[in-house]
Design a protein around this ligand. Structure first.
Ligand code: IPE
Ligand code: IPE
Ligand code: MG
Length: 337
């Protein structure tokens, strides 16, 4: 159950990869790895075996992604809703996660060779403490790697993530880092667990289900969505190529939509800053309206101060998150000595 399967592509696969790479390639691909239990049923094996093979498939998929020059992958491994499954199944999945995260230290050399940084996105406090510690080990020990990124969504749902981002902003206001008027779509994106990643270009869901099941709702508004009928443990290199082809076919319209959205975000921010400056000037108001030049200077000054507040807040937030992982990690180091 390694993190990366060390297999080379066949000649035909390499040829196909090269043809695909002549077109626009997604830089970040997200997977809803669905269909493990149906696979187990189809193959007449235990449900846990379906999940084990699902975890194995991740290692293979990562290798294909690296071969295709895709350097960021985000996977939905366990949702908060999945806690509602039978105790036996949840325990089995937690055990798999223990084995998988426990292997990171053993495989450190290989992960370092490929420069794989593992991040875990979700509400880790919902997990057993020993698993939280193993996860923290994995995150801290691969933190400096920067060639490719694997984001594992575990104890994750998008609504929980968005609600958490809103709470973080409320904390920022309470602590005096930011003002409530600094809250914006862009700031909310920066408070998500995924803040260190660009949005996925392509989201793939296997097993034929056509829904997002509360996965990356905020981040995939302008991504290409590919729904494939194959069950996750049976996912193949060719399935991945098919999804990439779908991405390439919709590339132009995606680019256009993303560009419009980016412009809209900038416009929203300028308008918000203008409103704040107008209010401030009115409060200070000595009756005389400012000329256009002074208004522009006031706006520039305000924007610079807001950006400073936001940077300071984001720094504090990152520190809080880093401390969460490093504290958990040092607890295990202390326990082992
Ligand atoms: C996805 O496969 C893996 C997890 C949710 C952990 P499922 O377990 O949902 O399998 P199906 O969709 O019921 O076949
Ligand atoms: C989504 O799959 C979660 C993961 C793949 C981890 P589910 O199988 O849990 O989603 P629903 O219940 O079909 O929506
Ligand atoms: Mg499912």
């Amino acid at each position: 159950m390694s993190w990366i399967r060390e297999t080379e592509l066949s000649l035909l696969e390499r040829l196909t990869a090269n043809i695909l790479k002549a077109g626009p390639m997604p830089r970040h691909v997200a997977f809803i790895m669905d269909g493990n239990r149906r696979y187990a049923e189809k193959r007449h094996v235990e449900r846990q075996e379906g999940h084990t093979q699902g975890f194995d498939k991740l290692a293979e998929t990562l290798r294909w992604c690296l071969n295709l020059g895709i350097h960021e992958v985000t996977v939905y491994a366990f949702s908060i809703e999945n806690f509602k499954r039978s105790k036996e199944e949840v325990d089995g999945l937690m055990e798999l996660a223990r084995q998988k995260f426990g292997r990171v230290l053993m495989e450190h050399e290989n992960l370092e060779k490929h420069g794989v940084c593992i991040r875990v996105l979700g509400d880790l406090t919902l997990l057993p403490l020993d698993l939280q510690q193993l996860i923290a080990n994995a995150v801290v020990s691969t933190k400096a790697h920067n060639k490719c990124y694997l984001n594992v969504c575990f104890a994750y749902t998008s609504r929980h993530e968005i609600a958490n981002a809103v709470k973080e902003m409320a904390w920022g206001v309470e602590q005096g880092f930011i003002k409530s008027s600094d809250v914006s779509e862009v700031l909310l994106s920066q408070c998500l667990y995924s803040s260190n990643s660009p949005n996925p270009d392509l989201l793939i869901r296997t097993s034929g289900e056509v829904r997002l099941s509360d996965f990356l709702l905020w981040q995939t508004s302008y991504s290409c969505l590919a729904f494939q009928s194959v069950l996750w443990p049976e996912y193949s290199f060719w399935n991945l190529c098919e999804a990439i082809l779908q991405y390439q076919l919709s590339y132009r319209s995606l680019q256009k939509a993303q560009e419009l959205h980016r412009k809209d975000e900038v416009r929203q921010q300028v308008e918000a800053d203008r409103t704040c400056v107008a209010e401030l000037l009115q409060h200070r108001g000595n009756g005389k309206p400012l000329d256009a030049q002074s208004q522009q200077t006031a706006l520039l000054n305000y924007t610079a101060r807001r950006e400073e507040r936001v940077q300071c807040f984001l720094g504090a937030l990152q520190h809080k998150r880093d401390t969460f992982f490093s504290d958990l990690n040092s607890q295990t180091v202390v326990a082992k000595t």
